[in-house]
Structure formats: structure tokens, C-alpha cells
Design a protein around this ligand. Structure first.
Ligand code: NAD
Length: 278
């Protein structure tokens, strides 16, 4: 089977671990050359050493405009071009106990990395792509953008912002042949998920069990996502197979956002029968 990304050059942020690492591996398997960006030097350098000449690591804080500009420039000077900008880096931010006590320090950092970062990536990559016949901009949003929940207001807001940005940029950049899409993972087994509540590593499996129990009722496919699930979606959206797809947010969430899995009809009928018999 021909490789899906043969000849393409991709920049992937948040590349040191989790979904970013899985995406780097899949992109290289599919024939791409990849510039990896992250702030975790040790993990990123180890991955780059393992994958050899097909990858280049460049330390980049995605919330800093001049660093993102330099990242795109490094991809162009090292590999000759940028065909795919996959802004995947993200942070959960500090959980808020009380929104009324918020001092917005953590809020600004979360928005800076999760929303400003992808916008900067899109900006600098699109400037290059517009001169070169087009390209693909891809961002990692989240299923949590699509409904409310406790304690992570800036995270959800930043991810909802990405979905808005995806649609708006698809319209602005279509004339240059640039496609803009996002992926919304559901709960996925990565270091970010395992770091919730600062769990010691040896409690990770127990945590997964508890998490699964609470998620089963909202994920029809009944399992946490794997980083490779997201990487496979990214390969597809970055490839020419998706040439007519733009402005789309693709949920990769085991059906989490398809609707309420609870059989409310059955519950209502049972309750009705109870009332009838009373
Ligand atoms: P992860 O924490 O394992 O990986 C995130 C990577 O981003 C890390 O390598 C980290 O060092 C990097 N990063 C953080 N701040 C950065 C910065 N300022 N500049 C450059 N790199 C930075 O998390 P993950 O689960 O692989 O998350 C990948 C993306 O998926 C994130 O955008 C996250 O919000 C999103 N997401 C995750 C889940 C989940 O359940 N894990 C669900 C929905 C969406």
C-alpha cells in the first residue's frame, strides 16, 4: 500500500509524549519528515534520536510568537517546506476549586498554550503555505469543548475556541488551498490523563479502572482512547485522502459526544410501571 504522507513535511507540537509522540511515529511510518516541537527536551531528544534523519527536534514554547515563527522557519530551512502544521500541544491547567476566587494567572497560561499557540502555528505556517500552493492545518481540540463540566473552565473555553478558529480559518484560508481541521479526542490514555490529581505512577491502573467506570455510561465503545487512535485520524486528515475536507472538527471519542447512552426510555417505562402498580 502506498504511504499516505510520502514526501510531506509536517510540524507537530506537543511531540514529546502522548498523542503528539504517537503522531510523530505514525507520520514517519507514512513517509513524512517531521519537525517535533515541545518543551520536554529529554523525552523529545530521545524520540528524535530513535527516529533518525526523518525528524528534527526544536524546543519551542508554542505560546511565544517568536519561537513559533522560528519553528516554521527551521522546518523550511531543514526540510525545504511545511505541508502540515499539527498544533497538538496542550495543558489542562490548574483545576479551579472556585471560579469566584480566580486570579486568571493559570487562565492566561492555558489560553496562551491551548488557543494562542495553535493560532500562531496557523499564522506562520499559512504564510509559507500560501506561497507554496497550499497545505494542511490541524489542531487538537477536545470533546470537553462540547459540553460543560466541573473545574476546568479555561481548558474547555480554549478547546471550544479551537473549534471556532478551525471553521473561521477554513473560510479565510481556503482561497490559498489551505485546509483547516481539528480533532476532538475523548478521554484518552496519555500522560495528561494519568497526571490528573497528581496520581503516583503505580496508582495509574487503579485510576484507569475508576475513570472507566465513570466514563462507561457516556462512551458507547466502552474503552478509553489510545494515542494511536488520534494519530491515525491525524494521518488521514493530513493526507491527500482528505483533500476535500476543511472546516471540520472530527470527534475521536468512542461515541462520547454522540449523545446520552443511558436508556432513559427503559428507566421511564420502569418508573411508570412502578407508579401504575402503587
Ligand atoms: P500530554 O500531556 O501527554 O502531551 C502534551 C504535550 O504538550 C507534552 O509533551 C507537553 O510537554 C507539551 N506542551 C505543553 N506545553 C507546551 C508548550 N508551551 N509548548 C510546547 N509544548 C508544550 O497530553 P496529551 O493527552 O497527549 O494531549 C495532547 C493534546 O490532546 C492536548 O492539546 C490535549 O489538550 C488534548 N486532549 C487530550 C485528551 C486526553 O484525554 N488525554 C482529551 C482531549 C484532548
Amino acid at each position: 500500500m502506498p504511504k499516505q504522507l510520502e514526501g510531506k513535511v509536517a510540524v507537530i507540537t506537543g511531540a514529546a509524549r502522548g498523542m503528539g509522540e504517537a503522531s510523530v511515529r505514525r507520520f514517519v511510518e507514512e513517509g513524512a519528515r517531521v519537525v517535533m516541537a515541545d518543551v520536554l527536551d529529554e523525552e523529545a531528544k530521545a524520540l528524535a534520536a530513535e527516529l533518525g534523519d526523518a525528524v528534527l527536534y526544536r524546543r519551542t514554547d508554542v505560546s511565544q510568537s517568536e519561537q513559533v515563527e522560528a519553528l516554521v522557519a527551521a522546518a523550511v530551512s531543514h526540510f525545504g517546506t511545511v505541508d502540515v502544521m499539527f498544533s497538538n500541544a496542550g495543558v489542562m491547567g490548574d483545576p479551579q476549586k472556585d471560579f469566584l476566587a480566580e486570579d486568571f494567572t493559570s487562565f492566561e497560561r492555558t489560553i496562551g498554550i491551548n488557543l494562542l499557540g495553535p493560532m500562531l502555528g496557523a499564522h506562520f505556517a499559512a504564510k509559507h503555505m500560501a506561497q507554496n500552493g497550499g497545505g494542511c492545518i490541524l489542531t487538537t481540540a477536545s470533546s470537553s469543548a462540547l459540553y460543560g463540566g466541573h473545574s476546568i473552565v479555561p481548558y474547555r473555553a480554549s478547546k471550544a475556541g479551537i473549534i471556532g478558529m478551525t471553521k473561521a480559518l477554513a473560510i479565510d484560508l481556503g482561497r490559498y488551498g489551505i485546509r483547516v481541521n481539528s480533532i476532538s479526542p475523548g478521554p484518552t490514555r496519555t500522560p495528561m490523563t494519568l497526571a490528573m490529581d497528581d496520581l503516583p505512577e503505580d496508582h495509574a491502573e487503579a485510576f484507569i479502572d475508576v475513570a472507566m467506570e465513570s466514563m462507561r455510561s457516556r462512551m458507547p465503545l466502552g474503552r478509553l482512547g489510545l494515542p494511536e487512535d488520534i494519530a491515525n485520524a491525524a494521518v488521514f486528515l493530513a493526507s491527500d485522502q482528505a483533500a476535500q475536507i476543511t472546516g471540520v472538527d472530527l470527534p475521536v471519542d468512542g461515541g462520547e459526544t454522540a449523545g446520552n447512552c443511558e436508556n432513559t426510555l427503559e428507566k421511564m417505562q420502569a418508573r411508570f410501571l412502578e407508579l401504575m402498580q402503587a
